[in-house]
Design a protein around this ligand. Sequence first.
Ligand code: HEM
Length: 361
Amino acid sequence: MSEYLCYDPTVEIRTEDEEALTTEILDIMETSNRKAFERHRHAVRDAHAKSHGFLKGELVIPKLPEHLRQGMFARPATYPVVIRLSSAPGDIHSDTIPAPRGMAIKVIGVDGERLLSGDTGGNQDFLLVNIPVLSFGTIHKYRQLVGLLEKNAQNPAFLQRAMAGVARGVEHAAEAVGIEPGATLKGLARDNAHLLGETYHSMAAIRFGDYIAKISVSPLSENVRALTGQDVGDVEDGTMRDLVVEHFLKQGAEYEVRAQLCRNTEDMPVEDAAVLWREELSPQQPIGTIRIPPQDAYSPARRVYGDDVLSFNPWHGIREHQPLGSIMRIRVAAYERSTQRRHELNAQPRIEPTSIDQIPD
Ligand code: HEM
């Protein structure tokens, strides 16, 4: 018998009110998004609106130990990737306001049965944030969060407190917005650390072929490891982008892709993404290396393509990597709605790249 829990559809447990809650959450998000559109007269993402850099590189998958040969990691391969770095809020705030950071990775040209019937692309996206857990890790808790954010949308002090709380970990986030803590974690993410030194996590689980895993991406080359935990000092509106651009003007970077396999859903739940999967129970196991050469990470053409044309979506992918749990199920509709609206309002084509050459330099 395997030491890891085998994937089975019964690991997911739906609640009766899920559909109704999804509608409520999406409606609230859409209302805030429309307000953001009015302010900018340009449509931004419902979440992770502000980008800090776009990177082209490759993902190298070596010959892995047998238990890790799953899904797109089954065989050694090299794929082109495009990465978008961002901050979590669904509006463009100054970098002086602390926020969780995102790393969205699109792996181009992955074979396999697609998760969504309308997904004509052949890509596998991984959406990661620099915190290992999602404080509001069930659909019910997420509903509370979006309600509070909506009520306080015009209260910068609240938003600042809430974002700082989320960025620092579950306890503070819960305190900041007045919800009972779902887990106890402190200091797992810093407010203004250098984006390129951070470790990024899927927060919630995905199917990993025969198994279930959370995915993370961590600095590997010396130059980005040296940035881990480095406070960037005085921050201005565009500091995070400037740091990314400055780094890639002269240097490249390497990151390690890792899978943390689930052993049992009591200690490592699939339905509540607020619970940390402890590394003593199951370590992060390397499954690939992302190599990024020096480049212009924020050229005007790349920014427009990356922000307005590209869509990253955890459901862009193959059945062997199906996102799992209520927070993942709600994302099917959330990403489609956000992408559809922003493409329509900005009059941009929805293109799923089939070659890395489609991403402008
Ligand atoms: C497991 C936890 C989650 C992670 C790790 C995550 C991560 C991300 C990241 C990295 C992005 C930026 C993608 C890009 O650069 O284009 C993003 C965008 C987005 N997220 Fe999430 N997210 C999570 C949960 C959620 C939930 C629960 C919702 C809504 C119910 C949501 C709604 C969105 C939306 C609407 C976008 C923008 C989509 C678009 O217009 O292209 N996310 N997310």
